[in-house]
Design a protein around this ligand. Structure first.
Ligand SMILES: Cc1cc2nc3c(=O)[nH]c(=O)nc-3n(C[C@H](O)[C@H](O)[C@H](O)COP(=O)(O)OP(=O)(O)OC[C@H]3O[C@@H](n4cnc5c(N)ncnc54)[C@H](O)[C@@H]3O)c2cc1C
Length: 474
């Protein structure tokens, strides 16, 4: 007997969606992640947009899963109890770009995007007063939306766990054996067995395929960097604002984030698979390009630079099954992969079902959302603090995060222990000071709750200890 029916390798948005889909169908599933937390790859560093679907070439997997994914997101977010900002998206241009916008509009119609319209100058500048003066027209797609990509991924993994699934972090798959139709999947000294394997390893897709003799997929890697501005800039733009796309991609956008920040980026630079550095040239390029769409961005309010890596395979996603094997692989899941992930999951799980994977009757258990004291009424917050005083003790002043919220995150289904993992769940260190004031306090709360000595509390996995003691400085 194997330990699990299905093992999924890689806990980005694609692996997480498949995990949620399978566990909700009563399938005993394990999700294996190399990092110390889920959402460790491209999924934690992207624009966070649920694309409407006018970009992909018609009749591609990208087009098909973009449209379906976009349709699935609102209900998925409601089920997961995570926020989605259904504001629509704008592609802006000057008069010379009218033909390009019409082409996008026509492509959107072929792909099945609902409700798009071309907006003319007066209405457009009323919608977005900070547009550059020479912007004349836009394509508005009301079905475009903004989510928190990492929180959505975390929520999917939590949902899978409360529905009977298992998540193993710090599990970097390095060997796979197959005996009597059962796969044994290894990470250093540990192993799990499963009847079906799904490779969702992002930049690591070809390494995993090589372990089972599945085909190598031609992949290239393209970095995209961002500037994140603090919440004082909320309202600078109300929609994600794109320039007209080029062969290199969708271009540098200005967008609101779900939490009230403003973000500029990404650019597109060929890179090594794990290169997430941001250079002065990257920053200059983003500034130059975003100012083609918006005027007078306040760069003094930039609080964070970061980059994500797109994994690209030609013009389309690769979603295949190895011939005569119960091994499935996804590769080249670049943009719009965040949007497409729920639809990719639906498709892969259906294929597995057609190939013999049985679904079992299952009583769905809803995931519990995190308490957010900032959103509570004064009256409700007072009541909460009466019974749980830790919700009245502010740890992160910028984001107004209480000790109670951090403790709740530490006690959540995946039992995260790293500072970044707590940050991605309930936001301490996310604000203007970026942890300058609250980091020691966050470390102290993590340490007292978990028993991990403060000098062993990590930012993001082993080797990223924050406090240097005598031992570490020698
Ligand atoms: C700059 C940028 C902007 C983007 N903007 C958008 C957007 O706005 N909207 C949109 O729809 N899409 C967007 N995308 C695309 C989207 O982010 C990706 O398509 C999506 O995150 C891919 O998810 P994934 O699960 O395939 O990969 P990942 O998120 O990279 O997850 C793969 C996981 O596999 C793990 N792994 C690797 N090797 C192993 C191993 N050996 N053992 C165990 N685990 C392993 C990794 O640690 C990682 O956690 C953007 C991408 C980038 C880079």
């Amino acid at each position: 007997m194997q330990d699990f029916e299905v093992a999924i390798i890689g806990a980005g948005i694609v692996g997480a969606c498949i995990f949620s889909e399978l566990t909700r169908k009563g399938v005993k599933t394990v999700l294996l992640e190399a990092g110390s937390d889920v959402s460790n790859g491209s999924t934690k560093a992207n624009s966070g947009l649920v694309h409407a679907g006018y970009d992909p070439e018609p009749n591609t997997l990208k087009a098909r899963f973009n449209i379906r994914g976009n349709q699935l997101y609102p209900a998925m977010c409601a089920r997961l109890k995570v926020d989605i900002l259904q504001c629509g998206t704008l592609v802006v241009a000057n008069e010379n770009g009218r033909e390009g916008l019409n082409t996008l509009y026509e492509r959107g119609l072929i792909n099945g995007v609902q409700g798009m319209r071309i907006i003319e100058r007066d209405e457009l500048h009323e919608m977005e007063p900070n547009l550059a003066d020479n912007i004349d027209i836009a394509l508005f797609a009301p079905t475009g939306a903004v989510v928190s990509p990492y929180l959505t991924c975390i929520a999917l993994c939590e949902e899978g766990v409360v529905n009977g699934g298992t998540v193993k972090v710090n599990f970097k798959v390095d060997k796979i054996n197959k005996n009597n139709d059962i796969y044994e999947i290894f990470a250093q000294n540990e192993s799990v067995t499963a009847k079906y394997v799904v490779n969702c390893a992002g930049v690591g897709a070809n390494e995993i395929n090589a372990l089972v003799g599945a085909p190598q997929v031609p992949l290239s890697y393209v970095k995209g960097a961002y500037l994140l501005l603090d919440k004082s800039q909320q309202g600078f733009v109300h929609h994600p604002i794109f320039p007209l796309p080029t062969k290199l991609g969708k271009g540098v956008l200005a967008t609101p984030t779900l939490h009230g920040n403003i973000m500029f980026g990404p650019n597109a630079i060929p890179c090594e698979p794990h290169d997430t550095t941001v250079s002065a040239e990257n920053i200059a390029e983003i500034k130059e390009k975003v100012e083609l769409s918006v005027k007078k961005p306040n760069y003094k309010k930039v609080i964070k630079l970061f980059a994500g890596v797109r994994v690209v395979s030609g013009n389309d996603f690769v979603i295949e099954k190895q011939d005569n094997e119960n091994f499935y692989y996804t590769a080249g899941i670049c943009s719009p992969g965040l949007t497409a992930a729920p639809a990719i999951a639906e498709y892969v799980v259906e294929k597995m079902h057609e190939n013999g994977l049985e679904f079992k009757p299952h009583k769905f258990v809803a995931r519990k959302p995190y308490t957010c004291t900032e959103k509570m009424s004064k009256k409700d917050l007072k009541e909460l603090i009466k019974t749980k005083p830790s919700f009245g003790k502010i740890i992160c002043r910028c984001e107004k995060i209480s000790e109670g919220e951090i403790l709740e995150a530490l006690n959540s289904p995946l039992k995260p222990v790293d500072v970044d993992a707590i940050k991605r769940r309930v936001r301490p260190t996310m604000g203007r000071c970026q942890g300058g004031f609250c980091l020691p306090k966050v470390i102290k709360v993590i340490s007292s709750y978990t028993g991990i000595p403060p000098e062993n509390v990590c930012l993001n996995g082993a080797g990223s200890e924050i406090i240097l003691d005598d031992k570490n400085t020698k």
